[in-house]
Design a protein around this ligand. Structure first.
Ligand code: AHR
Length: 501
């Protein structure tokens, strides 16, 4: 099977915003407690943060981590997580039916971010609370001193402000499961007034308003139109979420779900353009895809806790164990974001540690990389710069989510400095090798630096604490550039990173 790709030095899509490789940590299951924070763990530092986890996060170079939720934030009192630990209340978390000691709050999270080489992206509670709690939280976090809330932070031991620039105005407010769920009009008005108040404090903040929780929501896409009608001039980004699963055990349909993602992004981009025109606005609102990942492996086992009355502390929740097939899906999702880099400026893999996460830990034991760690790592390392327009001429298939799905799924990024060019490619074909020919117009000196590949005879293969290297990338040979043409052979069901310079 053959596929031809053409790229041209001058045919670009858009700069890729580094924030496309952001992530998310929620007070949920073992994400915070025994995920990033486990006093007494052999690798824990003086603050109780796991050093092994910090090392794995640092390697990902994820620019922002969204916090503290998620559904959790919609009934969260941020004040519970600040001040002396011994005075912090243990609360019931209504979203995940667990208890939270509040031993980690915004100050500790900001410290952890510094250690992990990332920055906080915070969410305010617009479910059970509103404008007042949001503006106080902002003042507590960002004001240097000399006011009630900033002086309280200083008294708590954090003299310097956290200077958080990215703020989410609530979470999934279209969802009936959300504490404080609202209609689009109710939420739109509240979000607009909250945004206005937050901007009165600091005009330079970037504010993110809630779009739909997923493309199947009955209120989609009217929700976006109404919410943006209220908020267009006050906010910067519209938040979208989407999770992927292969409940049907149908690989081709599973991998075609990236097409659904693409349609979702483009429909929402259309709604943004519509509201922009309606308002005769000069402003561009972009998309913050601040929750995405594969999420389905753990659904069954989670029912016991989510439907029970035990209210456990930091239980095993949403602990999807990812397989090799999920590498292909995550690779395809990242390709979609890169191809839509003109509309999507922020994206957060949900989540980062233990909870639907690329990094897993054993309480008291090791931390390891799940299979999906790798495509996220390579996109973050080599997917920064400018997204190139790639014209693909190759075989396609029809799926439940759309026809003409290309077997060869690719995105191409040119680095900002130098001439590095990286092809991220998933061969979705179940049985056939793809013979790739890529014409590189305007890159006369290009040569292959490295071809990284992930393939595995077993789609269900996973990594674990005992076998952390079962599904890992390898460097392969055989890709060459001659006379400005890249040729490569891509095995069936493989993920590939071909780096040129
Ligand atoms: O990431 C897990 C959950 O998925 C989040 O709490 C919520 O926002 C979404 O429904």
């Amino acid at each position: 099977m053959k596929a031809n790709v053409t790229i041209h030095r001058d045919f670009t899509i858009s700069p890729v915003d580094d924030r496309l490789y952001s992530s998310f940590l929620e007070h949920l299951g073992r994400a915070i407690y025994t995920g990033i924070y486990e006093p007494g763990h052999p690798t824990a530092d003086a603050d109780g943060f796991r050093g092994d986890v910090i090392e794995l996060v640092r390697a990902l170079d994820t620019p922002y981590v969204r916090y503290p939720g998620g559904n959790f934030v919609s009934a969260y009192n941020w004040e519970d997580g600040v001040g002396p630990r011994e005075d912090r209340p243990t609360r019931l978390d209504l979203a995940w039916r667990t208890r939270d000691s509040n031993h980690i709050g915004v100050n500790e999270f900001a410290d952890w971010c510094k250690k992990a080489g990332t920055k906080p992206m915070l969410a305010v509670n617009l479910g059970s609370r509103g404008l007042d709690a949001a503006r106080n939280f902002l003042e507590y976090c960002n004001h240097p001193g000399g006011s009630y809330w900033s002086d309280l932070r200083r008294k708590h031991g954090w003299k310097e402000p956290h200077n958080v620039k990215l703020w989410c105005l609530g979470n999934e407010m279209d969802g009936p499961w959300q504490v404080g769920h609202k209609t689009a009009d109710e939420y739109g008005r509240l979000a607009n007034e909250t945004a206005k108040a937050m901007r009165l404090f600091d005009k330079s903040l970037e504010l993110i308003v809630c779009g739909s929780s997923h493309a199947g929501m009955p209120t989609f896409p009217d929700w976006e139109a109404t919410v943006l009608d209220h908020t267009y001039e006050a906010i910067d980004h519209l938040s979208l979420h989407m999770y992927f699963g292969n409940e049907e055990h149908d690989t081709l349909n599973y991998l075609a779900k990236a097409e659904k993602l693409d349609r979702y992004i483009m429909s929402v981009a259309g709604v943004i353009d519509y509201v922009k025109s309606k308002k005769r606005s000069k402003k561009n609102v972009t998309i913050s895809f601040d929750e995405w990942n594969v999420w389905y492996h753990s659904h069954e086992q989670d029912k016991k806790i989510l439907e029970g009355d035990d209210w456990p502390d930091a239980p095993h929740l949403l602990e999807d164990i990812y397989n090799f097939e999920d590498v292909l899906q995550v690779g395809g999702v990242l390709n979609t974001f890169i191809r839509r880099a003109d509309r999507v400026k922020i994206a957060c893999i949900a989540q980062l540690v233990n909870v639907i996460a690329p990094i897993m830990t054993e309480t008291g034991g090791p931390a390891w990389k799940q299979t999906i760690y790798y495509p996220f790592l390579y996109a973050s390392l080599y997917g920064r710069g400018t997204a190139m327009r790639a014209i693909v001429d190759g075989p396609t298939y029809d799926s439940a989510f759309g026809d003409d799905v290309p077997f060869l799924d690719t995105s191409v990024v040119r680095s900002s400095a130098g001439n590095a060019l990286t092809f991220f490619i998933v061969n979705r074909h179940l049985t056939e090798t793809l013979d790739l020919t890529a014409r590189l117009d305007g890159f006369p000196a290009a040569r292959v630096v490295e071809h990284i590949q992930m393939s595995h005879p077993d789609l269900a293969a996973v990594n674990s604490a005992a076998t952390p290297n079962n599904v890992v990338p390898k460097t392969v040979s055989g890709s060459t550039v001659e006379a400005g043409v890249l040729t490569s052979r891509l095995p069936p069901l493989s993920y590939n990173v071909i780096r040129l310079s």
